[in-house]
Write a protein that binds this ligand. Sequence first.
Ligand code: ADP
Length: 494
Amino acid sequence: MKNPMPQPAKARLDQTLRRLQIIAPLILLATATVYALWSEFSLSPQPANWARGAVALGLFGVFGAALSWFALRRLRHEIATASQSDHARVSEHILAAITADSADAIILLDKHDLIQSWNQGAEMLFGYRAAEIIGQPFATLVPPDLSDESERLNKMVYAQGMARGWITRRVTRDGRQITVDLTRTLLRDEQGAIIGSSAILRDITEREQNAQQTRELNRQLETQVAQRTRELAASNQELRRRQRELENANAELQELDTLKSEFVSLVSHELRAPLANVSGSLELLLANDNQLTAHQRELLTLANNQAARLARLVRGILNISRIEAGQTLLQLQAFDLAPLLERICSQWQFCDPDHTYRADVASNLPSVWADRDRIEEVLTNLLENAFKYSDPATEIRVRAETRAAEMLITVSDRGRGIQTEDLQRIFDKFYRTERGDARQTYGHGLGLYISIKLVEAMGGRLWAESEQNQGTTFYFTLPLAGHVGITPGHASAH
Ligand code: ADP
């Protein structure tokens, strides 16, 4: 195709011609006027002939000017018309190129729905070459099960002039079914008579498959969620049932615990009085020195020691059942700790001359806020352990010093020490590091449990540090009297 003149050049040419259309007649008119005047006055020796001058002027000036004006107008019109038809041809060409190369199938049908044109996109989509399909009915592409639907679509196109975005299936040359997005448009000539229709088909098989897969996945997901929800509801129900069972079992356990505490308390009380009698009688017999043989004395001393141990165990169990029932009443008061520590150390030194007991207490210690008897009980437990778990001839030391708003009391020995993994557990009820046949020292694992409960009830803390074969130090704190904002009174240990 010949290259048409570009639009801006055409506009410039038209503007020049428009200017010329005005200027050229004016110049012609002016030239004819000047020539007529000049020829009448200068060239001719005869007097001026006005009629001849007017004819010349009219002929060349007016008629010539008008002629040039019309000629230029005609020229402009011709150029404009030629430009328009150029433009139309270009548009048509571009449209044809787009249609031919489009990836969508663009098919032209006559009014009997016979295929008239078949672009490259249609070839690729359906596999038919233009030569073999042109002239065939459009229904060739419709799968047998969709012929009714195709009929309906046709009726709709002829009734409404267009059907857009129709998702349907069509069949290819090799019998494959593809999903297409179909748009049909009715075509009319200039007088409005129907001359056929166009069909544009876009292959959306992959898109539909993806959508189908997504729908399927969604469905599966929903099924799974529903399944899980059902399972969760079931396990929730099961959990609630178990919880109820646990609550019932707990209530039963609590009842049993109360029964046990009552029983332990009852038995301990019942044991305490006879034990006191046994001890008293044994001590009386032992005091009666002269009438006993050495063997009898030995047996009585042994029995007395066992009775004392039993009494201690009973006391311990009673203590625990009181603590656990919250019945341990504490007589809290401000008192000076130093005399108590010194007295206890002296007593232990008297009973156990093998160890060296040392009370290391500053002279001007502030008063503590605690129950004096309970502190004595705690110290007795700690010193008894130091005595039991360290070799004779080693030192057992008791110290007291103030730390911030607290009194820090330490009991240290140079004994065998406690392994790190046991350090936390020694405060548990009945916990002993010596178990089974390995037992070398007598004990029930109650002393530290009772001690920590009592110290905590008095607002302090109890802990231990130890190094294997180097010794153990127990620390406990007590509030200073000046730092507790309460008046003397009672508290209870739990
Ligand atoms: P027990 O009557 O057995 O001494 P305790 O509650 O007083 O009960 O102590 C618990 C365990 O902690 C003891 O069995 C012992 O193994 C360990 N223990 C306590 N004090 C010491 C210590 N000073 N040295 C080494 N081990 C200790």
